[in-house]
Ligand binder design. Structure first.
Ligand code: SAM
Length: 255
């Protein structure tokens, strides 16, 4: 994709992009429109606040990562999905596009993020939620937002919905070792056998260590994209049958 920063474009072109990204509501639920919305967002590094103020796109997942998410969604014919980490909603748009293409009904996507509606550093001004609205993916009809840290939200969701209901999950929240491992643990508990879990930023040391631990210790999980440079892609191939009473014979050297 040929990138062009929005803020250096001529004002006429800026106006066209702004109009596209703010005016249409995609009432037709056209997945092609949703993809075009995301493509423009990524091409010009631009998002607009709910009051249509320009903001530079930051903290987003990239097109090659979106293609891995798309592959997982298609392979599993996903009906129920979940992601940790919303920000400006670029990965959420990939999930929206899929659910629109599949014509899935009811709430099919769950998003966890404590900072969607705040302002200032590390907060997202409701832009992720507004972007989903702009592509016709409607809050509390097509998707739900859990405004809490994943370490509180995931156990509560697991308690409510139990195991085996989830087809695909993406983890892209707080990138610390312990937070990510907890996210992985709960997502795998909720994933059905055959479901796929994607963890972003596998180049980061903490995520790399989580990947090492999980692929060594969890024989019920397989890394299905070792060549993926930035995402860890895990398929749940069976239920977790580890012995509660065993002395775990795992190489715990995660360096
Ligand atoms: C890299 S951004 C997510 C980007 C998003 N997946 C995308 O593709 O546009 C990381 C997000 O994690 C959120 N976050 C930080 N700590 C979190 C936590 N404990 N639980 C859930 N989300 C968290 C941040 O608010 C931020 O929105």
């Amino acid at each position: 994709m040929n990138k062009q920063y929005y803020d250096v474009l001529a004002s006429e072109e800026q106006e066209q992009i702004k109009s596209f990204l703010t005016k249409h509501k995609n009432v037709e639920k056209d997945p092609g429109y949703t993809k075009e919305f995301l493509d423009k967002t990524l091409k010009h590094f631009v998002v607009f606040s709910p009051s249509n103020q320009y903001r530079k796109l930051t903290s987003h997942t990239r097109e090659d990562e979106h293609n891995e998410i798309r592959k997982a969604l298609q392979q599993t014919k996903a009906k129920q999905t979940l992601e940790v980490g919303f920000a400006f909603g670029t990965s959420a748009l990939v999930f929206a596009e899929h659910h629109q293409r599949m014509k899935n009904t009811g709430i099919s996507h769950t998003i966890i993020d404590p900072n969607q509606y705040g302002t200032g550093e590390g907060n997202w001004e409701g832009i992720g939620a507004e972007n989903l609205k702009r592509v016709g993916f409607v809050k509390n009809r097509n998707w739900r937002l859990v405004e809490a840290s994943s370490i509180d939200a995931l156990p509560a969701i697991y308690k409510k919905f139990g195991s085996g209901w989830l087809d695909v999950a993406l983890i892209d929240g707080w990138h610390l070792f312990d937070y990510t491992l907890l996210d992985v643990f709960y997502c795998l508990q909720m994933l059905r056998v055959g479901g796929i879990l994607i963890v972003d930023d596998k180049k980061m040391r903490a995520i790399k260590a989580v990947g090492k631990y999980v692929t060594r210790a969890y024989s019920h999980v397989v890394d299905i994209c070792q060549s993926c440079p930035t995402v860890l892609v895990l398929r749940k191939k069976s239920e977790d049958k580890r012995d509660w009473n065993g002395d775990e014979k795992v190489n715990f050297n995660l360096a």
